[in-house]
Design a protein around this ligand. Structure first.
Ligand SMILES: [Zn+2]
Length: 166
């Protein structure tokens, strides 16, 4: 194996450190990559480089990498909120919903059990003393269910069933 000149060995050692750091953070902070490639170009051209300067560059790269890694960790957690999606059948309707961080039901949505199309509640009792709602699928025409109460009351009953099932 040919022996490297002391200057070349130093440059090689710094190149490995820089390459590792750039490789690790590639795609996370492209500016760092550009900055380090520019630095590497300068190091390659201006040989021999003093020992202390190479050391300073290597330490700087490691410190920046460490700080960047520490700064990125909490951001990743915020980007991916903890959300559970659930599904169950109540009153001949397929319900889908999700839970927020506090465990409350969010985005409760009715779907057709036959064709999975979203359902719309229609008031068919307008003008009568009590409102009547029909939950018919606009896609396949299936009548999922009829309500003799308000939509708010119906939703409350569904939430109660979800609570009992859970
Ligand atoms: Zn349908």
């Amino acid at each position: 194996m040919p022996r490297l000149a002391p200057g070349q060995a130093k440059v090689l050692a710094v190149a490995i450190v820089v390459a590792l750091v750039v490789g690790y953070f590639m795609g996370v902070w492209s500016l760092l990559g550009e900055w380090l490639s520019a630095l590497w170009y300068l190091l390659a051209v201006e040989t021999p480089v003093p020992n202390w300067l190479l050391g300073v560059f290597a330490i700087c790269a490691l410190i920046v990498a460490g700080l960047l890694g520490a700064a990125l960790r909490p951001t990743r957690r915020i980007e991916r909120p903890h959300q559970i999606h659930a599904q169950d059948n109540f009153f001949n309707i397929k319900w889908r919903w999700s839970y927020d961080e506090a465990g409350s039901v969010r985005q409760l949505t009715p779907y057709c059990r036959q064709c999975d199309h979203p359902l719309v509640l229609k008031n068919v009792g307008a003008g009568r003393p009590i409102d009547r709602y029909e939950c018919r699928c606009e896609h396949c025409g299936t009548l999922a269910c009829e309500l003799d109460c308000s939509i708010e009351e119906f939703e409350r009953r569904v939430l109660l069933r979800i609570d009992q099932a859970g």
